[in-house]
Ligand binder design. Sequence first.
Ligand code: MSP
Length: 473
Amino acid sequence: MNNTENKPFFITTPIYYVNGLPHIGHAYTTVAADCLARFKKLQGEEVFFSVGTDEHGQKIAKKAEEEGKDPETFVNEISSAFEILWQKLNIGYSKFIRTTDPEHKKSVQIVLQDLYDRELIYKGFYEGLYCVGCEQFKTEDDLVDGKCPDHNTVPEMMKEDTYLMKMTVLQKELTEKIEKKELSIVPEKYKNEILSFLKGETLEDVSISRKKVKWGIPLPFDPTHTTYVWVDAFLNYLTVLGWDGDKMNVPKEWPADVQFIGKDILRVHATIWPAILMHLGIPTQRMLFTHGHILSGGKKMSKTLGNVISIDEMLEKFGVDGTRYLLMSAGTFGEDVDLTMERMIEKYNSDLANGLGNLVSRVLKVCQNLSIRFNPEEPSVFVDPAMMSEMRLAEVLKVIWNQIDKSNKYIDQEKPWKPEESTPERLQDVMTELLQDILVIAVALKPFLPETSRKIEEALKNGSVEPLFQRIK
Ligand code: MSP
């Protein structure tokens, strides 16, 4: 993930479907990507960080109809809810793209026309299973008891004239690219999953148009069909850079250095997306960083189970940085992680209110009372860039919290609130050391808790601080 060339480091998040309001899963990926983007920027790298919404297709059209709204009004409302949430969560993205943007639509049509002209797209017939929830074609092997395991629904049988994109011809080359890590899939287990799929099955040509779906981008060479929503969606990763669809004109930020995705959308990202790029002669993305899902109390969140943790509720209870911290410290990024409200409240109180908050307020209060002078040294950065590149975010936070605990123990042991038990010189030394520790901690926290970090740095300048985190019940 090191960027030695003269190109901005390009990070993408999936663009989310606007069939419903944003939820904790969307926030999880986006906050993680934001932490990496902020870290890279702090290292002095130029970064392009893209987010956005995926707005076409059957699922969204159906939902708009259920809500009694025309699709345009419906997608506008939900897309802006995503934008508002990213602002609340302090996501420092470079561009928010919507697949209903006219420039995006135009570029998608240019790509499709080009592939059609070169016979990489051809007219055919498709018969198979389709899960509208996933907006993906399914094989019998993908199903559990005849149902899509992600949506718990029976997929519909699709029998349609359709246009198909050639995939089988690319199978060998794609497999090699993944093996050689030209397209690196991490963590390793996800790479193995894709390689065993590519080695075990024929990569079938994929249907890239729908006749029955009206809410989509019309095929330029046959407007009675609309573009398959995934093809439309993948191209966002280029159009977000202002790409006009001309393969000779690829933006300087491309290829994407890291594309963050959840495990449920890995297969399409590792097959259809690189295939489009390979057909166009454009380099494939460099890395697919795959993460697991957030579970609640060991189970998938669902309204029926009543275990849904709402992102708005988290923001209300824990604030922006509290929410960011609890999401990023929840567990190993590539694995499923489990959250419950009770455990999060406990963690918020112990790590943020008692741990970090208490350290900063105690140190500053003593310094105020004793009129301690502080001439900060250039803070040493102790976050390991390799750990960040491997997205070991929970571990990085652990390292920072070890330092916080150490400093808290130090102040407990030195008891500077009892100055009569020490000498002025000793007190000045102890407090300077603690202030310097706090500065180092604030710098390390920048990518994760940007607002808190800013408040701490300001407090160190002004010598006073409001409580950073209030204990909650
Ligand atoms: N629109 C497509 C992506 C197109 S990208 C070219 C899509 N959208 S989505 O709204 O369904 O969001 C999917 C993303 O959210 C995936 O990365 C998925 O893994 C993530 N999450 C959805 N539920 C999740 C959890 N419970 N936990 C963590 N992430 C999960 O798919």
